[in-house]
Write a protein of this length. Structure first.
Length: 148
């Protein structure tokens, strides 16, 4: 028996073919809209038979979750779950799962990539990459001090 999976997203769009490999076990329903046109109530009321909810950060209070009468599991696309009413989930035997380390490496990669030109200039770095070969004798970031 196929489960119904509702995916709620009011942030950067997720490719809607990303769960196609699970078509034999999941009836996937997407509710993706920009924040200004997103309606949580509409999404929940229109998909009241959902068994699985995949969601980003939004108000998943008992009042909202009670609209999903067949809900078995909630999967957050965040590491945090405080926006989901845990007591409601416990009382109704709804599994609550998060996405551990979500974007951890992506955040680090972005920080490195966006900051590299600045730290390379401020440290007088002449080579590329983080291989430990520091330039010497170049003007430093404060008062023209040499970087060694």
């Amino acid at each position: 028996m196929r489960k119904t999976c509702l995916i709620l997203n009011n942030r950067e769009p997720i490719p809607e073919d990303s769960l196609d490999s699970l078509i034999s076990v999941l009836d996937t329903r997407w509710y993706q809209r920009p924040e200004e046109t997103f309606s949580l109530m509409e999404a929940l009321k229109d998909n009241a038979d959902a068994n699985i909810l995949i969601t980003t950060y939004m108000d998943l209070s008992a009042a909202h979750l009670s609209l999903l009468k067949h809900l078995e599991a909630i999967i957050t696309t965040t590491t945090a779950t405080e926006y989901v009413d845990r007591a409601f989930c416990d009382a109704h035997n709804i599994a609550l799962l998060n996405t551990a380390n979500y974007t951890g490496s992506s955040v680090a990669e972005f920080a490195y990539a966006s900051g590299e030109p600045l730290w390379r200039m401020s440290l007088g770095r002449s080579d590329s990459g983080m291989d430990g070969n520091w330039a010497t004798g170049l003007p430093g970031p404060i008062g023209g001090a040499a970087v060694h």
